[in-house]
Ligand binder design. Structure first.
Ligand code: PLP
Ligand code: COI
Length: 358
């Protein structure tokens, strides 16, 4: 599939990041839906991908029998693009999102978006929305939300024969309202997120609807974030609703993160593991018994949306595990956060080659 000439022409006339008029300051974006200039849409019909289009209308016309609506044949991705001081804009590891989208599509019987098409599409939609990329220094980012779903009708349970791939983009800031500050986590004991041989390791829509109720119940009890255990034994740590788990054992200079067939392989975690190794830390990816929480001085939730979020304490029924004073960001957490953000902002050499210029 090639991009149409008109798409390219539209994209060459690029304004600078941070020049769009928003109803909020670039420093106070939060993580909310905000309209932008366009999204990119690409349809799959008759066994082939069509032409990508940039569309300004945020509504889509959808068949009432679409498999996404009835049977949840849908998956998505999340990645960010950052403005550097020279106003160039760079996506963070989009090739990794293309790979993970492929694995989600394969698991849900949807056609794969070829990685080179994914990259080109991501580039084009960011270029078209350049004015909405938060400016350098605002601490915001352009969030890209690639979405793939069965748009063709079926009533018997089988995959659709038509699909829609789109990339929505929006400027975002902090996911949690206080930014880089420790938050308390509640271990979710009444619900499971994912089964060992289910779909927890891919980014399908159904994983997130399963978490809405536990998430809301936890928030009502004063916990902005919930931590899931493994669903078969309820004895090892899996991950948070929207992010991976990292435990920092300073005495042994170890970075510990769960290995499980039902955890989403996080691109942020993968990157932080490289940074930790580079900083002389031992990285262990293995089962983590809940009791091991006692050995961590710092705990981190990591992901594209939450970046590096310090966890001040983990509560499981009557058991409370504290990390630091619950108010100050731990030293190792701060180091990892700072290095990652400096690379993303173009303030530190990108020695791993993670940034892809738009
Ligand atoms: N785990 C879950 C369940 C997620 O939804 C996400 C977000 O994408 C992550 C982990 C973090 O993954 P990544 O770092 O690739 O954004
Ligand atoms: C992301 O971090 O990109 C995610 O997809 C998490 C989302 C549920 C906010």
């Amino acid at each position: 599939v090639r991009f149409s000439r008109c798409l390219r022409a539209a994209a060459t006339d690029c304004p600078l990041p941070g020049t769009a008029k928003l109803d909020v300051d670039w420093k106070d974006l939060g993580f909310e839906f905000r309209p932008t200039k366009s999204h990119l849409k690409l349809e799959y019909k008759d066994g082939a991908w069509g032409k990508p289009e940039l569309v300004s209308e945020p509504y889509i016309k959808l068949h009432i029998g679409a498999t996404a609506l009835h049977y949840g044949q849908a998956c998505f991705e999340g990645l960010k693009a950052f403005a550097h001081e020279d106003n160039s804009v760079h996506m963070f590891r989009p090739d990794e999102n293309a790979k993970r989208l492929k694995s989600s599509c394969e698991r849900t019987m949807m056609p794969v978006v070829p990685p080179e098409l994914f990259l080109e599409a991501a580039r084009e939609v960011v270029k078209d929305n350049m004015a909405y990329v938060p400016p350098y220094g605002s601490n915001g980012a352009m969030y890209l939300r690639p979405l793939m779903f069965g748009s063709g009708p079926r009533i018997g349970l089988q995959p659709a024969d038509e699909y829609t791939f789109l990339i929505m983009v929006l400027p975002v800031g902090d996911y949690y309202k206080d930014g880089l500050a420790p938050i308390p986590a509640l271990v979710i004991e009444d619900y499971d997120r994912a089964a060992p041989r289910g779909v927890g390791n891919v980014k399908v829509a159904g994983n997130y609807v399963a978490d809405l109720l536990p998430n809301m119940e936890g928030k009502k009890k004063g916990f902005p974030i919930g931590l899931y255990l493994d669903s078969s034994t309820q004895s090892t740590i899996e991950e948070f609703s929207t992010s991976n788990f990292i435990g920092i054992n300073k005495k042994e200079k170890k970075y510990v993160t769960p290995k499980s067939s039902s955890v989403l392989p996080s691109i942020t975690n993968k990157s932080l593991m490289d940074l930790a190794k580079d900083g002389g830390w031992k990285v262990e990816q293995r089962e983590i018994p809940i009791k091991e929480l006692e050995t961590f001085e710092e705990v981190i939730a990591c992901g594209t949306a939450v970046v590096v979020t310090p966890i001040g304490k983990v509560v499981k029924g009557d058991d409370i595990y504290n990390f630091g004073d619950g108010k100050t960001v731990g030293e190792t957490t701060m180091e990892l956060y700072t290095r990652m953000r400096k690379i993303q902002n173009g303030e530190e050499e990108d020695k791993f080659g993670w940034n892809v210029q738009v």
